[in-house]
Structure formats: structure tokens, C-alpha cells
Design a binder for this molecule. Structure first.
Ligand code: SF4
Length: 724
């Protein structure tokens, strides 16, 4: 007899509904789709359908671990939490914390409250810093809100969809399915912008393959083409925007041909794409009276650059110019990466805002003090990438990291490893003993999504329930419960009012989050159970939720044009020693660094070696054929993989997914150069060279953990001599 438990997929930001079927032994037997879920409408990708077995993997952490005599050893919860409670107060003022975009909103809310009230700092951040922080910065400045403006259903109602710097077929497969259906059934036009040819290109009307890092030139070129043709939305610009004249002057500095030459694309194709975006034809079944819209979807190909925020500005300028905002079948959608990266930010795990993106101003601090009995600190905290740098400067001496593995996700992993090793005290709370956990002083075992009660918020702002289907594995506990327990052990000395970390349930945590967050105020677990997932803003219990934003106005009033000009393409460009450009991304069968999917046998069997895609023109001189062992070198490290010789990548570039396989990972190569505004690293461009054959392995004894699983935490990539 199986039990069926409807919940939400733990992988990507699409947020598909899944049904876990639990057998008599209490294990997940199989996973079904959930036809009632409005985000996934009965679809799942291979990870959602077959990727849940990691929850019962033998590598799961089952007891707390405490480092004694240099070795991580099993401990009781009291021993571990009392040790953390005793040590952390020493580090007030020199402390930072990473939250988890894979944990629930309830987990995130309690963690940021702990960091602010108990540790007295706003030094809390999460992996949005590494994916869409430029999008959020740009949208907040130009519109006043940092979230997607519309819904997945709008992709199917649009006249044109533009897929920019992302590969939904690998990263957001259910979105890709919805797009294919819209194109095939309704004649929705597709424009793809990507340095790499992706599967969706087969259905694209126009495919533009620009030089990596040339996005501002590309989007300004499109804007210039729209202005030249006189197809901008004059009414929208006049009634809904400001800053137009200065922006227009910047765009008019170059002709379409000059912009196109900078971006290394054909000017005719650039014009064709621009006109489709501005005036898309009506799809099948479009109401005769309505104006067909365009949806702009983008991913980390736009953001993970040293000019990531400028790229996002250029794209949002295009939406303002064409008026494709605020009506069905139109809008802007940064496709979020992790399952709850939207919710982790909404819940306050960012260093310059309280929950609900409420600024650290006097009024907001006073209202949180009224609710919590103590004020959060007023000084903005450090961003995640800055925390890593400030460890090396000696300013951060202790960290508390929940559900995040910076020694796989940070750029330039040798540099990041030196930083983490330099900490005086490190606490990691997670489900596996990954690379970062292996260096911790205390490791706390957390529950997986399948053992938790709570909510995730997906890429279309839909808050959805997460429900416990199986018993907690070993002694693991939900993240929010662990942090509440720790806070209660520390709080008397921290001056926090009694009861601030006492919750009867995850529903109680959510109620407090909703009370303090205006756009969530109408939501509760009980309502979500009754009605299914709802999209914020949902300010009152009777509000139906908001599929489309900005129908009448923007949160900042008028939409702001921000002039941007093409700067240098990247911090590190090819030269005689490192002549190729490295581009990074994902593969369908693994999720990001692979901490979860490497523990799903069926997924690992599909891709068990890092694929290195190289153009035939670059493979031939190095005598590299498809399937050959290859080593890719940058100035910071190297990785071993298997060559895929393909003209899907531009000549002069190689593509490597982020997944770590056989102890090789792209982030040993990537560059810790940052966008000045958002502080996102430039994962998308660095200079590399490639050689046939695998370089010899060498183990670095520094990264040791007594209980480290085989092949997990070894640092096996010495830096290239002469560089860090
Ligand atoms: Fe899960 Fe994303 Fe696949 Fe949906 S598309 S099943 S959310 S991984």
C-alpha cells in the first residue's frame, strides 16, 4: 500500500508539482507528476521524475559531527549545539552566513532572523548572488520590484518569446516543453540569443550567436533598429516611463551595423529579431482586439559577467521601449535557478533588505523591532562573494553555512578553499558531507525536502507547499528547528526577547513571515493547502494572487530607462597562452554542481564525465576527436573531461557544465572577477587552453575530513604554477 504525498520538486526554479509515492518501508517508491499544479500542468523532467532517490542515499548525514583532534566525529545534538552556542558569540562583528536556496521559506526566514538578532549583523546572503543578482539590481532600480513580471502561461499566449543566455532544455526543461508546445500549436515566434547553439534553435525564427560579453551592444543594436523602423511604443514611453532622452542619445551613438559588429552578429538578423520583438504577429487564437506581446526570458548568460547589471539594464530598456510589460502574453522573466532562490530572497536572506525587500530604513527597522522586541542592525551587510574576499582580509572569522557548498559554487575554487580554510570557526548544516562541510568544525544534519513541512516560491512568484512524505533520516532535523534550538541556547546573552525563536510548527513560522511581508500577507499554509499555490503579491486573505504585474504602474512609479554602453567584454580575454574563451552552464541530467544528482544512479549513468564542447576548428589543430580525454587549463586551475566536438559552440570557445564529476569542476577554472554593482562573479567568460589527454592527478592533503565520502571532498586540482 503506497501513500501519495503532493509536494514540490526540489531541483529547479520552475517549481513543478510532484507526488511522492511512499511504500510500506517508508521510502519513496516512485514520483508522479501533479496535473493540478498550475506551474507544471502535469509535466515533469527527468530530474523531477527520477531524481528523488538522493534522499535515502547512504551518504546522508545522520548525526551531528564535531571536530575533535582535527577529525570530524559523531556527537549528540546537545554537544554540537552547546559548542556552537558557546563559540559563536566570540565572533560577533566578524561573522557571516550563507542561507540555502534549496531550503524552505520558513528555514530562510528563521536563519536571517537569527543572523540579525542573535549575531547582530546583516551579513547574510545566498546563491542569488551567483545567478540573478544583476537582474534583481536592475529591475529594482528600473521598476521598483526584483521579480518576474508575468507567468509561464504568458509564454504560451505571447506573439514572440525571446530566450536569451539560457538553455531551458537543460536548465528548465518544463519551460522548454511549454515553449515547444506554444510554437508548434499556436505559431508563437521564437528568437534565441546564445553564444552556443541550443536545442530550441531548431524552432527559432532567428538565432543570434553573439560574442560572449557583448550583450549591451546586442540589445542597444536591437533598440536602434526599433527606433530606425519607428516601431517603438510611443504611448507607453510617454505615459509609463522616464529617462528616455538620455537613454535614446546613448543608443543613437552607433548605427545598427556598428552595434552588430561589436556583438559579432549579422546586422540583418539583428534587425529581423528587433522587429519581431517590437511587433510580433498574432499567434493562433489570439483575440482580434488585443495587441500580441513579447516575453523576454533570460538566464545566467546575461548576468554572470563583470557587466552583468549593465546587461540586465539593456534588456529591461528594450521591454520599456516596446511596452511589453503589464499585459498578458508579455513581460520580463529572469528564469531562476534553484528551486527556492526566489523565496530565499523574499524571506530576507539578503544583506541590504529585510524580508519582503524592505529597506533598512528607520520605519522598517522600527516595525521589525515592534514585532521582534529587538531591532535588526541598520548597517547593510556583506554580499556572499565579498564575504569570501573579506575572510582572506581577516574581517570575517566565523561562518554558519546552511544548504550551500561554496567549495563547488564559488569561482576560482583554489582561492575560495584558501578562504574557507582560513576561518577560525565554521558551522555547516546540510544533508551531505560535501566539500565545504568536510572542512567544518561542526556539521549539523538537516532534513531533505521530502522530510520537511513548508513552502517554496518558484520563478513565477508562486508560493507552493512542501510536505513531509518520509520520516527524518537518522537524527536529522528541519533547518528552522535547528536554528531555533541554537538561538534559544544563545538568546539570553544576545538580548533577544523570550519567545522569539519559539514556533509550534512551520505554519507558525510562515504566519510570522507573512505578517511582516506585505506582499505575502494574504497567504498561509492553510490557504495554500485549500487553494493550491498562489502568486504574490497577495496582500489580503481574499486576494486571488497576481499572475501579471505592472498593469497600471510600477512600484517605483514610472519605469526608468537607464543608459548603458558596451564596455570591455570580460575581465580576462584570450591571449597567446590561453587562446580560448570558457563558457559555463548546465546539462539536463545533473543539477548544478551535482551534489544531489551524483547520488542518483540513473542520472549519473547518463553523464558520468565532464563533457567539454569544442568547435571542430579548434579541435583539429590539437588532434582532438569526440570522446577523447582532454584537460582544460586556465590561469587558476584545470579540469579533466571528455571532448565533444561540435559546431554548437562558437569557434574560439569551449563549453563546460558546472557539474563536478571525477573530481573535475568548471569552477577550478573560472575567474573571481566581479560585477561592481551586484558582485556576481564572471562565470561566463575566462581564458583557457585545452590539451589532449588527462593531466596526472595530485591530491592536496589540506582538504581532509575524517568522514569524507570517497571522491567527494578531495581537492585534486593544483593551481597552474605561477598563479594562485
Ligand atoms: Fe523539477 Fe525543474 Fe524538472 Fe520541473 S523542470 S521537474 S522543477 S527540475
Amino acid at each position: 500500500m503506497t501513500r501519495r504525498v503532493p509536494t514540490t520538486c526540489p531541483y529547479c526554479g520552475v517549481g513543478c508539482g510532484i507526488v511522492l509515492n511512499v511504500d510500506d518501508s517508508g521510502r519513496i517508491a516512485w514520483v508522479d507528476d501533479d496535473p493540478a499544479n498550475l506551474s507544471s500542468v502535469g509535466m515533469l523532467c527527468v530530474k523531477g521524475r527520477f531524481g528523488a532517490t538522493f534522499v535515502n542515499h547512504p551518504d546522508r548525514l545522520t548525526t551531528p559531527l564535531v571536530r575533535r583532534d582535527g577529525v570530524l566525529q559523531p556527537a549528540t545534538w546537545d554537544e554540537a549545539l552547546d559548542l556552537v552556542a558557546r563559540r559563536l558569540p566570540e565572533y560577533r562583528g566578524r561573522f557571516g552566513s550563507f542561507a540555502s536556496a534549496k531550503a524552505t521559506n520558513e528555514d530562510a526566514f528563521v536563519q536571517q532572523k537569527f543572523v540579525r538578532l542573535v549575531m547582530g549583523t546583516n551579513n547574510i546572503d545566498h546563491c542569488t548572488r551567483l545567478c540573478h543578482s544583476p537582474s534583481v539590481e536592475a529591475m529594482l532600480q528600473q521598476l521598483g520590484s526584483g521579480a518576474t513580471s508575468n507567468s509561464y502561461a504568458d509564454f504560451e499566449a505571447a506573439g514572440c518569446v525571446v530566450v536569451i543566455g539560457c538553455d531551458p532544455g537543460s536548465n528548465h526543461p518544463v519551460i522548454a516543453s511549454r515553449l515547444r508546445r506554444a510554437i508548434d500549436d499556436r505559431g508563437v515566434r521564437l528568437v534565441v540569443v546564445n553564444p552556443r547553439r541550443i536545442d530550441l534553435c531548431d524552432r527559432a525564427q532567428v538565432f543570434l550567436q553573439p560574442e560572449p560579453g557583448a550583450d549591451v551592444a546586442l540589445f542597444n543594436g536591437m533598440a536602434r533598429a526599433i527606433l530606425d523602423a519607428g516601431v517603438e511604443d510611443r504611448d507607453f514611453i510617454a505615459s509609463r516611463t522616464e529617462g528616455y532622452a538620455a537613454w535614446e542619445a546613448a543608443v543613437l551613438e552607433l548605427t545598427v551595423e556598428q552595434h552588430a559588429a561589436l556583438a559579432a552578429v549579422d546586422a540583418g538578423l539583428l534587425r529581423e529579431a528587433a522587429l519581431l520583438i517590437a511587433r510580433p504577429p498574432a499567434p493562433v487564437g489570439h483575440p482580434p482586439a488585443g495587441r500580441p506581446g513579447t516575453c523576454l526570458l533570460w538566464g545566467m548568460g546575461i548576468t554572470q559577467h563583470t557587466q552583468g547589471t549593465a546587461n540586465a539594464h539593456a534588456l529591461i530598456n528594450l521591454a520599456l521601449l516596446t511596452g511589453h510589460l503589464g499585459h498578458p502574453g508579455a513581460g520580463i522573466s529572469p528564469l531562476r535557478g534553484q528551486n527556492n532562490v526566489q523565496g530565499c530572497g523574499d524571506s530576507g536572506c539578503i544583506p541590504d533588505s529585510l524580508p519582503g525587500y524592505q529597506r533598512l530604513d528607520e520605519g522598517n527597522l522600527a516595525s521589525f523591532e515592534g514585532a521582534w522586541g529587538a531591532s535588526p542592525p541598520a548597517q547593510p551587510g556583506l554580499k556572499a562573494t565579498d564575504m569570501i574576499e573579506r575572510i582572506l582580509a581577516g574581517d570575517i572569522r566565523a561562518m554558519y553555512i546552511v544548504g550551500e557548498n561554496p567549495l563547488l559554487s564559488e569561482p576560482n575554487l583554489h582561492h575560495a578553499t584558501m578562504a574557507i580554510q582560513a576561518l577560525d570557526f565554521l558551522v555547516v548544516q546540510d544533508i551531505f558531507l560535501h566539500e565545504t562541510a568536510a572542512l567544518a568544525d561542526v556539521v549539523l544534519p538537516a532534513c531533505s525536502f521530502a522530510e520537511k513541512d513548508g513552502t517554496f516560491t518558484n520563478s513565477e512568484r508562486r508560493v507552493q507547499r512542501v510536505r513531509p512524505a518520509i520520516a527524518a533520516v537518522g537524527e536529522s532535523r528541519p533547518d528552522w528547528e535547528i536554528i531555533c534550538d541554537l538561538a534559544r541556547r544563545m538568546a539570553p546573552g544576545a538580548g533577544v526577547a523570550r519567545g522569539q525563536f519559539e514556533y509550534a510548527s512551520a505554519a507558525g513560522v510562515f504566519d510570522e513571515l507573512a505578517r511582516l511581508t506585505p506582499f505575502l500577507r494574504g497567504l498561509s499554509h492553510e490557504r495554500l493547502d485549500r487553494e493550491g499555490g498562489l502568486q504574490w503579491p497577495c496582500p489580503t486573505p481574499g486576494h486571488p494572487g497576481s499572475p501579471v504585474l505592472y498593469a497600471e504602474s510600477f512600484p517605483r512609479g514610472r519605469g526608468l530607462f537607464v543608459p548603458v554602453r558596451q564596455g570591455s567584454f570580460a575581465d580576462e580575454t584570450p591571449d597567446a597562452d590561453y587562446a580560448l574563451i570558457l563558457n559555463t552552464g548546465r546539462v539536463l541530467y545533473h543539477w548544478h554542481g551535482g551534489t544531489l544528482t551524483r547520488r542518483v544512479r540513473g542520472l549519473l549513468a547518463r553523464v558520468d564525465t565532464v563533457p567539454v564542447a569544442i568547435h571542430p576548428d579548434d579541435a583539429a589543430p590539437a588532434a582532438i576527436s569526440g570522446g577523447d580525454d582532454v584537460t582544460v587549463y586556465s590561469r587558476r586551475g584545470r579540469l579533466r573531461g571528455a571532448a565533444v566536438v561540435t559546431d554548437a559552440v562558437r569557434p574560439g570557445s569551449v563549453f563546460v557544465p558546472f557539474v563536478k564529476l571525477n573530481e573535475s569542476a568548471a569552477n577550478f577554472l573560472t575567474n573571481n572577477a566581479y560585477d561592481p554593482q551586484s558582485r556576481i562573479p564572471e562565470y561566463k567568460v575566462c581564458a583557457v587552453r585545452i590539451e589532449k589527454g588527462h593531466a596526472a592527478r595530485r591530491r592536496d592533503a589540506a582538504a581532509t575530513g575524517a568522514l569524507r565520502p570517497q571522491g567527494e571532498a578531495a581537492i585534486d586540482h593544483e593551481p597552474v604554477p605561477g598563479h594562485e
